[in-house]
Design a protein around this ligand. Structure first.
Ligand code: AMP
Ligand code: MG
Length: 351
């Protein structure tokens, strides 16, 4: 299969291209598309066999459910059996936006996408290209991230092409994603909001709208079984093993230098993913081609936006060990540290 990449720069002017993408979805095919979080790999969310194609293209385990993407409140009515008062509040405050709400599902939602759960994840993207595409499809679009399962999620069309060339007929290119980490997943089936996956809508933002917010215990301790089935899988992993260096910002640079020296003495080619400040402190220890600058120290929006490209960067550098600088776990830092912990297989050094 040939993969076509089409830049979308003008939604009105390129209406016919979006119509064509929508027609592929209605015919049961796959289209990769940009959102404000990461790129998605979409199929008709009401067509079970079409959704199976997503699992095949990504190599995704079949018990890991897909999120249904909608362009309007009206589309939610077609898939949710109940919109709780809590869900109403969250919809009003955050949708469209980088949040996925878990709701009870209608029988119209195929079993193929829910992994057998009685619920479904629903998201209304803020990205204009994403919503124009979903509108053109005319159906809820089931979509996980558009990467090979286990790899860092794609935040550019080039990263999608790298993973899925020959497996998908069309990639809509909307440029780099604004947030760069996947949506916050919130269980809204009860009266209290529960975060199942941290993202750009933070605990603090949710608490302002919904009162006290719970966090799925599996996100903080490694032992509990996560309520979002996908959270139990290995994820976001670069090709070389990665170790996370965490602690007070001023302690990171010395700890990083010590670990680099130790690994280099063992003969390893060490790549470093870190803030500009920490990278500057390394001097000639680490050559430019083994550095990925993820933003200024503490600049969480920039770090989130650059993180997956930084993880992917090292795949072609011959680095056989990677070190990454941790951030705070407050605010957007909770989402960043969740991805870094998983990328490292929970392997970290306290600075
Ligand atoms: P991805 O689209 O690749 O970001 O993955 C979707 C995430 O949403 C996975 O972690 C799923 O386990 C989670 N998810 C989807 N539907 C549900 C649901 N009904 N209940 C809990 N988690 C869900
Ligand atoms: Mg994913």
């Amino acid at each position: 299969m040939q993969t076509q990449v089409v830049k979308i720069t003008n939604i009105k002017g390129q209406k016919h291209m979006l119509e064509e993408a929508g027609a592929i979805i209605r015919r049961g095919g796959l289209v990769a598309f940009p959102t404000e979080t990461v790129y998605g790999l979409g199929a008709n969310g009401l067509d079970g066999p079409a959704c199976k194609g997503i699992y095949a293209a990504k190599g995704r385990p079949s018990d890991n459910p897909l999120i249904l993407h909608v362009a309007s409140r009206h589309m939610i009515g077609a898939i949710a059996a109940e919109v709780t008062p809590l869900a109403e509040k969250l919809l009003a405050a955050f949708c469209p936006g980088p949040i996925t709400l878990i709701m009870k599902r209608k029988p119209s939602v195929p079993d193929e996408i829910t992994g057998g759960l009685p619920t479904v994840g629903i998201r209304m993207p803020e990205s204009d290209v994403a919503r124009a595409f979903i509108k053109a499809a005319g159906v809820p679009v089931a979509a996980p991230s558009a990467n090979i399962s286990g790899r860092p999620s794609p935040t550019t069309a080039e990263a999608v092409l790298h993973d899925l060339e020959g497996r998908v007929p069309l990639i809509l290119d909307g440029g780099p994603c604004h947030f760069g980490v996947e949506s916050t997943i919130v269980d809204s089936t009860g009266s209290q909001a529960v975060i199942l996956r941290p993202g750009a809508i933070t605990e603090e933002m949710l608490a302002e709208v919904a009162g006290e917010v719970l966090i799925d215990p599996a996100l903080v301790g490694a032992d509990a079984i996560p309520k979002a089935p996908g959270m139990k899988y290995k994820h976001y992993a670069p090709q070389a093993p990665l170790v996370l260096i965490e602690g007070e910002p001023e302690k990171i640079a010395p700890a990083m230098q010590g670990e680099i020296r130790r690994l280099q003495a063992e003969g390893h080619r060490v790549g470093v993913i870190a803030s500009r400040e920490v990278l500057d402190s390394l001097g000639p220890m680490v050559p430019p081609e083994l550095r990925a600058d993820y933003g200024g120290q503490g600049d969480l929006p920039a770090i989130a936006a650059n993180l997956y490209e930084a993880l992917r960067y090292f795949d072609d550098t011959g680095a056989d060990r990677l070190l990454a600088e941790g951030t705070t776990s407050e605010g957007l830092g909770l989402a960043i540290m969740n991805r870094l912990r998983k990328a490292s297989g929970f392997h970290s050094i306290q600075a």
